[in-house]
Design a protein around this ligand. Sequence first.
Ligand code: HSE
Length: 330
Amino acid sequence: MNNRRVVVKIPASTANLGPGFDTLGMALSLYAWIELSVAEQTQFQFYGDQMKGLPKDKSNLIYKVAQLVFKEAGVEIPELSISMHSDIPLTRGLGSSASAIVGALVAANALIGSPLSDDKLFQMATALEGHPDNVGASLFGGIVVSAWDGERADYVRIEPHERLKTLVAIPAFQLSTEKARHALPSQISMADAVFNVGRSSLLVAALASGELGIIRHAMKDRLHQPYRAALIPGMTAILEQAVDHGALGVALSGAGPTLIAFVEESAAADTKRAGSGLEQFLLDTLKQEGIEAKTLWLAPCSSGPQIIVEDISSQPAISLPDRIRGEVKV
Ligand code: HSE
């Protein structure tokens, strides 16, 4: 393993999909890259705006997660060279921390010859993140339905419909998951629980069967979005009206503040051509509340982390940005 260099490319994710709080996740075509090798002294190279201000010592999340893998596998590698680039905006509800956790687990495991199974990595990732939705999507790709009892997480992966696309509106402000979880009540009514069980079940069935038309009725929630609305001005109007502007359905992405609209491919092409429609509606609605945002069209990402393992002695080092630019992109 001293001769190995591992590079992993990990997808971002959206969690909850409306009603599936802490349960549903989908991987998205936005990525982070982590490069890992054994070093004489621990060193970090971070690239990109998203990485600014992250610790460059052994308190770093990637370092700590890699050490958990080594401990679990019974090997000792105290010093590591870690490089990372991420296009996933931090604390916006697009699973940046989950992608870092999954990337570190997968890279560290590959560095020592992959002794841990994907299921083991999923259990570790879920315990680290505190819920399985984002980490499941980043680890397995596609749409992941999961349940965690605090000890074991089980999941089923669904292949996303080929015509399913998404449009995300990413507000300029950050919202920590901790703050967004604090807004939630400790108890809910039976009526609201039944409402969410119905919608979440309907959504999973719609996504699995390809009945995209049902999504507008299924992507509704009473468990978390109403309580988080005060933290994201404009959100309620977007949740109520986006379907009138061409969305199949719309939700808060994870804990927010990003909003995600599901769009059928033909409608996505129309709204892009018109240069208005849904995209303009999202931006205008947020702007009316004084919130600057940017929009991105993202596709569901069908695959989990892509991994390359290189022999350092025979493969020349390429910097992570050059590797990504050249779309030697694993
Ligand atoms: N299910 C989580 C939440 C996702 O909504 O708080 C955020 O990480």
